[in-house]
Design a protein around this ligand. Sequence first.
Ligand SMILES: Cc1ncc(COP(=O)(O)O)c(C=O)c1O
Length: 392
Amino acid sequence: MFESRYSEVTRRLAVEDSGAWDVHDRAREMEREGQDVILLCVGDPDFRTPEPIIDNAVSYLRVGRTHYSPALGEMKLRRAVADMETQTSPHPCSAEEVAIFPGATNALHAVMSCLLDPGDEVVIPEPMYVGYGTIMSCLMAKVIAVPLLAERDFALDLTAIKQAVNARTRVVFVNTPGNPTGSIIPRAELAELADFCRQRNVWLVCDEVYSMFSYQGRHRSLRACAAHLDNVVMVDGLSKSHAMSGWRVGWAVAPRELIQRLGNYAAATLFGCPQFIQDASAFALENDQRYVQEMREEYRQRRDLVLSELKKLDSLHCHVPRAGMFIMCDVSGSGLSGRDFSSQLLDAEGVSVVPGDAFGPSAASCVRIGLAQPRHVLGKACQRIQRFCDSL
Ligand SMILES: Cc1ncc(COP(=O)(O)O)c(C=O)c1O
């Protein structure tokens, strides 16, 4: 009789559950049963991938771009990313500083795999994107979560981050524009943090997947802000900006030596990403001005709609997001925690939002409202939220 035995990693991942998707999973179940449910949990854009990108991918499929590709990615796409970085930063970027991965999640996993040994500490501001915990858990890295203050709209606390860095710290990991908070780290703070990390011999990694959706203030990439690039890594992708979450395209921009190591890692784990998808992704980056702008404008209008509707309720306080696809709403005035609010809101009105504590204890009084729904659906959701608050 075979006795199945599994690795420690599988055990760690099985217990690693912040309960982030409990409400969402229940909402999906209710939807399957035919109930009228509005899902505001996910960060998957509701827009279709722009038609020209789809046509481009199909044309590359037809000419046979269906074979293996280099581990670090197709030169054409690496160059397109490098050109974009060169345009937005005082530092020129070459294709040799870019590695392509199937999504930012995979890029982050690969980067952290090349930087961290078990037991190394990673300093991350909290609330943080739920995907970070599982990456660190896979690698047995220790997350040192630095709380951000709701009173300061979850702005980066440079002093607290610096205090959290010690001899065991290998990486400081930030996210701007931020999920779930929608905050943007100002240029001067990113520059200071990069410089501090460099002096302390620590890597600074920045997740910038919402880079193209800023509404107030301009997003500046870590590479654009840092004076030196030898300790900085930037990760981005097309999931959000181009409504291409299912295509799985992301990248890391990093010093050449790290890129070489990422190449070895990618060769061992991925053996390349699909050619036709990379072709169409290069096309997407080179021809995206109009539709990225249109999507950004639509998200802005959705954000403004939800903010103005929920402002009418005394028991709720929304943090105004400067960027991204989410609104953090403090529900403590309702007398409920974020978790109870989200659970009861689903039961009472069929609206699913994410409890804030899924992103860390600093957001326990909040719920995260996603903007990946058309305006008329968001309007209906706000009415239901109002009715729920009135009933409390
Ligand atoms: C902050 C952040 N990083 C990374 C990701 C995942 O991006 P990708 O689809 O490119 O793996 C998400 C998705 O929600 C996110 O919010």
